[in-house]
Design a protein around this ligand. Structure first.
Ligand code: ASP
Length: 330
């Protein structure tokens, strides 16, 4: 008889285990044991899909997640990598896309599935989406594929391309500027470009550590370039992302900021404010000018992915930030 697959669940809290407080707000239970019990009770038959163990990472609303939690997830994955066929990370939805992007950049040589999921409605409620998401995440974690993914509602999304697109829809996540990695209907269908599982013995390289001091600035008409120049006096800030207009356009007047940032060797990444936007900074004079002054194009990547890559690059390869931002892949 075929061996039953083994899944490790990394527990990070989130709505999936939340309870209603007397004032009507949702929060994780005070005790970690009760939180884990809620997760187990979501679907007692999960072990028919795969044998599983749970490792505790954090019992938090994911709004409170920090790079230190990402490091804990990474250490845990490294420690247990060879003993499991796949990994499910239960996590709040608010920052799930950031965590998925962080794991995507910090793990090299991944040959198994790492699947993040959670729910929009607390797992203990009859109408909750937790059960379906958890079951599908388990199924994906046992399939013949590799990479970091978010499984939510009917979508399978690549970890480096995801964004939380709705605060209330059960279909909460979307792929930014690309197609989903797969679809969950009666069956699970995976796109042919998704890498297969590496069935040979192998190791992963894990490089934890993220620089938290970055600043994300959104342009609004009439905004004062002097504010950004002022920010350069704050020595704590190691990198800036500007959410520019359209194809990455920035009004005239920011040239001095870019020159000063370049002199300080402070990376400035430009993203598009458009809901489905990619930068194409050569297109207009207002983009080309700042590109010539050293702006780094974010191209088709999500803000979450750009932020996390900047944070990771600043810590590990500060002289290669531009290449790191440009490198895309699965
Ligand atoms: N605030 C919650 C969290 O991110 C939202 C959720 O899980 O859906 O932990």
């Amino acid at each position: 008889m075929a061996r039953k697959q083994k899944v490790l669940v990394l527990f990070c809290g989130g709505t999936i285990v939340m309870e209603e407080r007397p004032d009507g707000s949702l929060a994780v239970p005070d005790s970690k044991d009760s939180a884990i019990k809620i997760l187990r009770d979501v679907e007692p038959r999960l072990s028919t899909i795969a044998e599983y163990d749970i490792e505790f990472i954090a019992n938090i609303d994911s709004t409170n997640i920090t790079p230190a939690d990402w490091d804990r997830i990474l250490h845990c994955l490294k420690k247990h990598y060879k003993n499991y066929d796949g990994f499910v990370i239960t996590h709040g939805t608010d920052t799930m896309a950031y965590t998925a992007a962080a794991l995507s950049i910090a793990i090299k040589g991944l040959g198994k599935p790492v699947v993040l999921t959670g729910s929009q409605i607390p797992g203990g409620r009859i109408e909750s989406d937790a059960k379906r998401n958890l079951i599908n995440a388990f199924k994906l974690a046992t399939m013949d594929l590799s990479g970091v993914f978010i499984v939510f509602d009917e979508r399978i999304i690549l970890g480096s391309r995801a964004t939380k697109a709705s605060e209330s829809r059960l279909d909460a996540f979307q792929t930014v500027n690309g197609e989903d990695a797969g679809e969950i209907n009666i069956e699970i269908n995976i796109k042919s470009w998704v890498p297969k599982r590496n069935t040979k013995p192998h190791h992963i390289q894990v490089r934890p550590g993220f620089e938290p001091d970055i600043f994300v600035y959104t342009l609004t008409p009439g905004c004062d370039p002097g504010d950004l120049e002022f920010l350069l006096n704050n020595k704590k800030i190691k990198g800036i992302i500007i959410r520019a207009y359209g194809t990455g356009n920035i009004p005239y007047g920011f040239e001095r900021f870019f020159k000063k940032a370049r002199a300080k060797k402070l990376p400035v990444v430009v993203a598009s404010q458009c809901l489905h936007g990619k930068t194409l900074m050569h297109l207009y004079d207002v983009g080309r000018k700042v590109l010539e002054l050293g702006a780094i194009e974010g191209r088709e990547q999500s803000l979450e992915n750009l932020a996390v890559k900047l944070m990771w690059g600043l810590r590990h390869e500060p002289h290669r930030i531009e290449e790191i931002i440009k490198e895309t892949g699965y």
